[in-house]
Write a protein of this length. Structure first.
Length: 150
């Protein structure tokens, strides 16, 4: 009787092992399929990334001041190469306003990629800046320029 019970337990045990192996295989097959699908979609991922949703971003003006003082100040204080300037005798509200009218999403995108033959260089030369850092720096400059976005 004990032997029968033992063999039944063994059968049940191996049965379980087999089933789980089978399950694993199935899982792997699904994984491979997902990878294949991703590969097919790869060219799309290389296309222009979707515009950043700036409406979900909140500006940290203190961080913006740090980034501005480290990178953007070099051109945006005195207005090098036609950059909108903050320095009192170079500051023109309309220089800031006409750019603000493009919308924050565009300004952020131009800050990331560079703008006008890179007169405005990619990331404003702050290569370790995140999108949030650049957003903060733009917000800080606009706050100083006393121009708001629509
Ligand atoms: C090497 C000089 C230089 C530096 C450094 C620089 N900028 Fe600029 N930036 C420019 C110039 C020049 C323009 C004006 C381009 C134009 O309108 O022709 C500009 C324009 C911009 C604009 C407006 C873009 C548009 O679409 O009109 C934004 C926003 C901006 N800069 C953000 C930044 C930020 C943020 C930093 C720092 C992280 C920075 N810039 C650092 C030169 C610079």
């Amino acid at each position: 009787m004990k032997k029968i019970l033992l063999s039944l337990t063994l059968i049940a045990f191996f049965g379980l092992v087999m089933t789980s192996c089978g399950g694993d295989k199935k899982a792997k097959t699904t994984e491979t399929k997902t990878t294949e699908v991703k590969k097919e979609e790869a060219p799309k991922a290389d296309a222009k990334p979707a515009a950043i949703d700036v409406s979900k971003m909140t500006a940290n003006l203190e961080n913006g001041k740090k980034i501005y003082s480290k990178a953007c100040i070099a051109c945006h204080f005195t207005g090098v190469s036609g950059a909108p300037a903050l320095k009192a005798d170079k500051y023109k509200k309309e220089d800031w306003q006409k750019r603000a009218d493009k919308g924050m999403a565009t300004l952020l995108e131009h800050s990331i990629t560079g703008f006008n033959n890179n007169l405005m260089p990619p990331k404003g030369t702050c290569m370790d800046c995140t999108n949030q850092d650049l957003f903060d720096a733009i917000s800080y400059m606009y706050n100083e320029a006393k121009v708001t976005f629509k």
